[in-house]
Design a protein around this ligand. Structure first.
Ligand code: PLP
Length: 283
C-alpha cells in the first residue's frame, strides 16, 4: 500500500514519523475520514472544512490548501486502486522535545494520509440487519466538536458495548444521549427525525449535515434536541450516521427491540437518498 507522509508518497513499510511527534505523545492531532465509493470521494469539501475548523480551534495551522489535499486524496485512491473504501488523514502539531507547552510555531506539522479498501462498503449486510447499541456513560473531554485523535474512551466504550452483546455504544451524559462512539445518533417517532442539537458535546458530523438536509428537502420533519435512552427505546426506529457507515439502522437499545426489531422505513429511505445523492456529488 502506498501512503502519504510529509510530502512523500511511499510504501507503508517505508513511512516514518518521529517518536517525538506530538500526535503520538499527546494526541495533539486532528483527523478526518472520507469515504470512497466508485473511486470517488464522498463529501470531501465538508471534511476539508471541518479539518480547517478543528485545526483553528486548537491553534494549529493548515499545512496545505484544500486543492493540494484533494490531489493527495486522489493520488492515493488511484495508487492503491481503491474502488470502495476510505481515506484517513491526520495532521499533528509536529515533533519537538516532550513538553506540555506547544512547540515553536514554525515547527513543521506532520501530515499523514492512507487508504483502506472496503469492497462493497455501501452494500454492507449490517445495513439490512441493523445494529444493537448499549448505553454507557460519556467520559470524553468537553470539546467533542474538535475531531482529535483522543479516541481511547470511544474505543473502550466500543469494547464494553461488545462485551454486553451489542455492536456499538450510545454514550449518555446528564441523562441524555450524546452520540455513538464514532457516529451521530437519531431516533424517529411518529415520522419525526430527532437528533441532538450541535454543540461542543458532539462531533458535527458531515454525514449528519447532509442527511438532515436531504430529510428536509424530502419534506421529512426534523427536530434537533436531546433525547434519553428511555425515549429512544420507545421510539419507532433509530439510526446512526457517519462517513464510513452512511446511515445505519439501530434495531435494539440496551436489549430492548425497537418496533419489530428490523430496520425502519425512515432509516432505510434516508440511507438510499444519502447514497444516491452523495454518489452524484462525489469528486
Ligand atoms: N461522532 C463521532 C464521535 C465520530 O467519531 C464520528 C465520525 O468519525 C461522527 C460522529 C460522524 O461524523 P461524520 O459523519 O463526519 O463521519
Amino acid at each position: 500500500r502506498t501512503v502519504y507522509v510529509n510530502g512523500q508518497f511511499v510504501p507503508e513499510e517505508d513511512a516514518k514519523i518521529s517518536v517525538f511527534d506530538r500526535g503520538f505523545l499527546f494526541a495533539d492531532a486532528v483527523y478526518e475520514v472520507t469515504s470512497v465509493l466508485g473511486g470517488k470521494l464522498i463529501d470531501f469539501d465538508g471534511h476539508a472544512a471541518r479539518l480547517d475548523r478543528s485545526l483553528k480551534e486548537l491553534g494549529m495551522g493548515m499545512p496545505m490548501s484544500r486543492d493540494e489535499l484533494l490531489e493527495i486524496h486522489h493520488r492515493l485512491v488511484e495508487a492503491n486502486g481503491i474502488e470502495d473504501g476510505l481515506v484517513y488523514l491526520q495532521v499533528t502539531r509536529g515533533a519537538a522535545d516532550r513538553d506540555f507547552a506547544y512547540p515553536a510555531e514554525d515547527t513543521p506539522q506532520s501530515v499523514v494520509l492512507f487508504t483502506q479498501s472496503k469492497p462493497g462498503l455501501a452494500n454492507s449486510p449490517q445495513a439490512d440487519q441493523g445494529i444493537r447499541v448499549a448505553s454507557l456513560p460519556d467520559l470524553r473531554w468537553d470539546r467533542r466538536d474538535i475531531k482529535t485523535v483522543q479516541l481511547l474512551y470511544p474505543s473502550m466504550a466500543k469494547m464494553e458495548a461488545k462485551a454486553k452483546g451489542a455492536d456499538d455504544a450510545w454514550m449518555v451524559e446528564d441523562g441524555v444521549v450524546t452520540e455513538g462512539t464514532s457516529n451521530n445518533a437519531y431516533i424517529v417517532k411518529d415520522g419525526k427525525i430527532i437528533t441532538r442539537q450541535l454543540g461542543t458535546e458532539i462531533l458535527h458530523g458531515i454525514t449528519r449535515a447532509a442527511v438532515l438536509r436531504f430529510a428536509r428537502e424530502a419534506q421529512m420533519k426534523v427536530e434537533e434536541r436531546t433525547f434519553t435512552i428511555e425515549e429512544a427505546q420507545a421510539a419507532d426506529e433509530a439510526f446512526v450516521t457517519s462517513a464510513s457507515a452512511f446511515v445505519m439502522p439501530v434495531v435494539e437499545i440496551d436489549g430492548e427491540k425497537l418496533g419489530d426489531g428490523t430496520p425502519g422505513p425512515v432509516a432505510r429511505r434516508l440511507r438510499e437518498i444519502y447514497l444516491e445523492e452523495s454518489r452524484k456529488a462525489a469528486i
